[in-house]
Write a protein that binds this ligand. Structure first.
Ligand code: 5GP
Length: 199
């Protein structure tokens, strides 16, 4: 018997470098599934429907919500974001490791439903660095940037409820930290007791 898939939830303020880090993680590990969320936010330049997000109108999002399709959902910076439950359940059953890139309210909702989920909070080395990265990205107006910084301050307070913190400093380092976490979680006695059961 082999270990079942595990559910890893990655949160961190926008500008934390999560997306780059996760792209690196996916190049380095197999048998994983990245959940594509639904959102009412407008696509940013280069974003593709079904790849980065499922882009929905508010009405479409509401119908999915009422039909009970979401494992979790949250309102963030004026838009709705939600994780569709069905693909997650299917992939976990197939033994894949699942990665969700979701904000803190949603992460804590998933933890209530799936207590064995592993929560990882990703942050740059300093808060000043977070602000610098947000400004460099420059896809948002000044008021949006300020709004995202205020949200980030609130999110940092929730980090104490997480299992791990990874620091998105030098390229490659944070993805290595994630891979170390994945490896450690799979080496737990609870995961591998089938190896000693017959002795
Ligand atoms: P962005 O608009 O920058 O792509 O994402 C904004 C925030 O929404 C990020 O913190 C991201 O992790 C979060 N997010 C993306 N998808 C979901 C989701 O399905 N559920 C929740 N709760 N948050 C999400």
């Amino acid at each position: 018997m082999h270990s079942k898939g595990k559910l890893f939830i990655i949160s961190g303020p926008s500008g934390s470098g999560k997306s780059t880090m996760l792209a690196e993680v996916f190049e380095k590990i197999d048998n994983r599934y990245f959940s594509v969320s639904a959102t009412t936010r407008e696509p940013r330049p280069g974003e593709v429907d079904g790849v980065n997000y499922w882009f929905k109108t508010r009405e479409e999002f509401k119908s999915l919500l009422e039909a009970g399709e979401f494992l979790e959902y949250a309102e963030y910076a004026g838009n709705y974001y939600g994780t569709l439950a069905e693909p997650i359940i299917k992939q976990l059953e197939e033994g894949k490791d699942i990665f969700l890139d979701i904000e803190v309210q949603g992460a804590l909702q998933v933890r209530r439903k799936i207590p064995e989920a592993i929560l990882i909070f990703a942050i740059p080395p300093t808060f000043d660095e977070l602000e610098r990265r947000l400004r460099k990205r420059c896809t948002e107006s000044e008021s949006k940037i300020r709004e995202r910084l205020d949200t980030a301050r609130r999110e940092y307070k929730e980090a104490m409820k997480y299992d791990y913190i990874v620091v998105t400093d030098k390229p490659g380092e944070a993805s290595n930290e994630i891979i170390s976490i994945v490896t450690a979680e799979k080496c737990k006695v609870s995961e591998r007791k089938y190896l000693i059961g017959e002795a």
